[in-house]
Design a protein around this ligand. Structure first.
Ligand code: NAP
Ligand code: GCO
Length: 267
């Protein structure tokens, strides 16, 4: 039986994958046999750190570029460069993202817009840039990194929740509009993952106690712990492989059960 989870012969572009969740997904794709790993960073410094991290992890055939995913002209130029230097893009993971934790009534329009541009408009820009080749090839995988905030709200994350909620529906619409070209577009919805993005929520307090949010999330996760980026590997490979060719428009939550759980009763 052929390995339906293999990514052999596939080139995967993971946006914003110099570290964090994107790096873990890229590492998983390399281990699943991807021919080329392509990633972009927002700065030369981050790109270099990313290339060093891939080299240290023993991942070869890595191609890194500096590109602001919110810059449509730059993204289109990058896709052309990838075609010239690497080849076709079989898999796109829209991973790049930011969050600004500010009470909505205090949030500037500029801050709100920056989150929307990065977390919602950029996945549209990057997907639109790769869809033509996927349509011509009649094959492609687009995976959007959604969030618990694709389903739930909380204080101070209005822009992020609006963006990730929109990303859920963008995922479903790409599925609807391009499924006939054998293109599958699905979402991956991580729960609370220990990365630099959530580091502020896990910082020790001045008195050495745990951050209140840290204890809160542990109480809301059945496993009673934060998840690790490498726990996204299997679901991410599944959504990028032939194993998921009949899965489309689905948001696969990798949250340890948060969305199913009312939370542990305080002692
Ligand atoms: P992270 O460590 O902050 O990484 C975010 C990545 O996005 C960085 O590599 C950054 O690139 C890149 N990026 C941001 N703006 C960019 C831009 N304009 N152009 C190009 N790259 C840009 O965060 P993470 O936790 O790995 O999050 C990755 C994705 O998962 C995000 O979409 C996030 O919303 C989502 N997510 C995270 C969690 C969690 O608990 N951590 C849970 C659910 C969903 P540079 O390093 O080059 O700046
Ligand atoms: C927050 C966190 C979350 C996570 C993730 C949850 O402030 O609540 O940053 O938004 O990043 O999106 O799935």
């Amino acid at each position: 039986m052929t390995n339906i989870f293999s990514l052999e012969g596939k080139n995967a572009w993971i946006t914003g994958a110099s570290h964090g969740i994107g790096f873990s997904i890229a590492e998983a794709y390399a281990k699943a046999g991807a021919s080329n790993i392509i990633f972009n960073s927002s700065s030369e410094a981050s790109l270099q750190r990313g290339l060093e991290a891939y080299a240290k992890a023993g991942i070869k055939n890595v191609h890194g570029y500096v590109c602001d995913v919110t810059d449509e002209k730059a993204v289109k130029a990058l896709v052309e460069k990838i075609h010239e230097e690497v080849g076709p893009i079989h898999i796109l993971v829209n991973n790049a993202g930011i969050i600004k934790r500010i009470p909505m009534h205090e949030m500037s329009r500029g801050d709100f817009q920056q989150v929307i541009d990065t977390d919602l408009v950029a996945p549209y820009i990057c997907s639109a840039a790769v869809l033509p080749e996927m349509m011509e090839r009649r094959e492609g995988k687009i995976i959007n990194i959604c969030s618990m905030m694709s389903e739930l709200g909380r204080e101070t994350v209005s822009a992020y929740a609006a963006a990730k909620g929109g990303l859920k529906m963008l995922t479903r619409n790409i599925c609807s509009e391009y499924g006939e070209y054998n293109i599958q577009c699905n979402g991956l919805g991580p729960g609370y993952i220990a990365t630099s993005q959530t580091a502020p929520l896990r910082e020790r307090q001045p008195d050495g106690s745990r951050h209140p949010f840290d204890a809160f999330i542990v109480s809301k996760t059945p496993a009673g712990r934060w998840l690790n980026p490498d726990e996204l590997a299997g679901p991410a490979v599944f959504l990028a492989s032939k194993a998921s060719d009949a899965v489309n428009g689905h948001i696969l939550y990798v949250d340890g059960g948060i969305l199913a759980y009312i939370g542990k009763q305080p002692k």
